[in-house]
Design a protein around this ligand. Structure first.
Ligand code: SF4
Ligand code: SF4
Length: 364
């Protein structure tokens, strides 16, 4: 397993986590065994926005004795009173649900306490004025919550919350369909979404990724907006390459799903290569580096994707990006303008021009 560090914390979280939305389809024994297998395999990050109440006690049993090896992402606003998920912004319901969730999980603290599913300004305003945000902040002060997070599908809302400097983590829906304006949660332009991911990285807010397969639509040529199927591994790699992303949370249903997803860790580069997307890139996204490194190898050893990422992050205000760039062994000024990367880039980026621009920027 590979781990990425939470920028505003010490936690190292696994790049593959578990989304619990569909795991309630399995019986409790299967859920327990799946979670135990995940832990054995090095998975340590679990999102608890489940469609059902049943997984909570099963999780509680599965992690018994291993709580310190687990990071839970728990949602303030997910309500399980009826045995099924419902969404609420009411303070008393949120308090009741949180008590129940913690009791079921057999824990008394929350690693990542998320303001749940805020996509509208009215909902955000309500959370701020009806005591819910105060309650979450109070729990953070008391040490019950270690980090505050937000789950959302809307860049505009995320930017408003980032302005308040409240959160350390964001759960966001990232996949090529939504990023290229296809699907229910394709909210915001291509540029707006990318700028938001960069802003998260620049401001030290980690991203956990939901809906990495666009609810499964991308995995089937018949339902994919691109009329061609992508694989789970391509989608996971796509999300992991986005700035700010720490972990991807596929919604697994059982051990079989988990084993298949964990195959990503042993997969060859060509299985994770999502350059096929270059065929579907909308006009306003063409020419924009997505840091995929499909253009490698560069004959002089430039890490083209990383150099571009540091440059974009520096432009987004990330003070550390310049230091990271300076520490690179090979820099943009070493480019010999051979054009190999330009001819290989599926996203039609002119790297010869970019490298000149980057060299001037950092050299200044
Ligand atoms: S130049 Fe193209 S192929 Fe190379 S990292 Fe950027 S987007 Fe990927
Ligand atoms: S054009 Fe520059 S960055 Fe691209 S492959 Fe050639 S030397 Fe490397």
């Amino acid at each position: 397993m590979e781990y990425r560090k939470v920028p505003k914390g010490t936690e190292q979280i696994s790049i593959i986590g578990i989304g619990s939305s569909a795991i309630g389809m399995a019986d409790e024994k299967e859920i327990e065994e799946t979670i135990a297998l995940a832990l054995e395999s090095g998975v340590n990050y679990f999102d608890m926005a489940s469609a059902d109440a049943a997984p909570f006690p099963a999780y509680g049993r599965a992690i018994s004795g291993n709580r310190d090896r687990v990071y839970f992402q728990i949602h303030f606003g997910a309500n399980y009173k009826t045995g099924k998920y419902s969404w609420t912004t009411k303070l008393d319901e949120i308090k009741r649900s949180m008590d129940w969730q913690l009791k079921s999980l057999k824990t008394d603290y929350i690693d990542f306490g998320f303001i749940h599913c805020i996509d509208e300004r009215t909902d955000w305003n309500q959370i701020m004025s009806n005591g819910v945000l105060d309650y979450i902040q109070q729990l953070k002060k008391e040490g019950v919550i270690h980090h505050i997070g937000l789950s959302s599908h809307t860049p505009d809302i995320v930017n408003q919350v980032l302005d308040k400097q409240l959160i350390d983590m964001l759960m966001f829906s990232i996949n090529p369909a939504y990023d290229y304006r296809h699907g229910e949660y394709a909210i915001g332009s291509v540029d707006e979404r990318m700028a938001m991911y960069r802003r998260c990285e620049a401001e030290g807010v980690g991203i956990s990724v939901m809906k990495a397969f666009s609810g499964g639509q991308l995995l089937n040529a018949k339902t994919s907006p691109f009329k061609e199927a992508m694989t789970e591994y391509q989608c996971i790699q796509y999300a992991l390459d986005k700035p700010g992303v720490l972990t991807v949370l596929p919604g697994i249903r059982n051990k079989k799903d988990l084993k298949r997803i964990l195959g990503f860790l042993q997969a060859e580069e060509k299985e994770k290569d999502y350059s096929i997307l270059g065929n579907f890139t909308p006009q306003d996204a063409a020419g924009v580096c997505v840091y995929c490194n499909h253009c490698q190898p560069c004959p002089v050893g430039l890490d083209v994707g990383l150099i571009n990422k540091y440059y974009d992050l520096a432009l987004a205000g990330d003070d550390l990006a310049k230091d990271h760039y300076i520490n690179l062994e090979k820099k943009a000024e070493d480019c010999i303008k051979c054009g190999h990367c330009n001819s290989r880039c599926p996203f039609h980026v002119n790297q010869i021009q970019r490298m000149e621009e980057i060299s001037t920027y950092f050299g200044a």
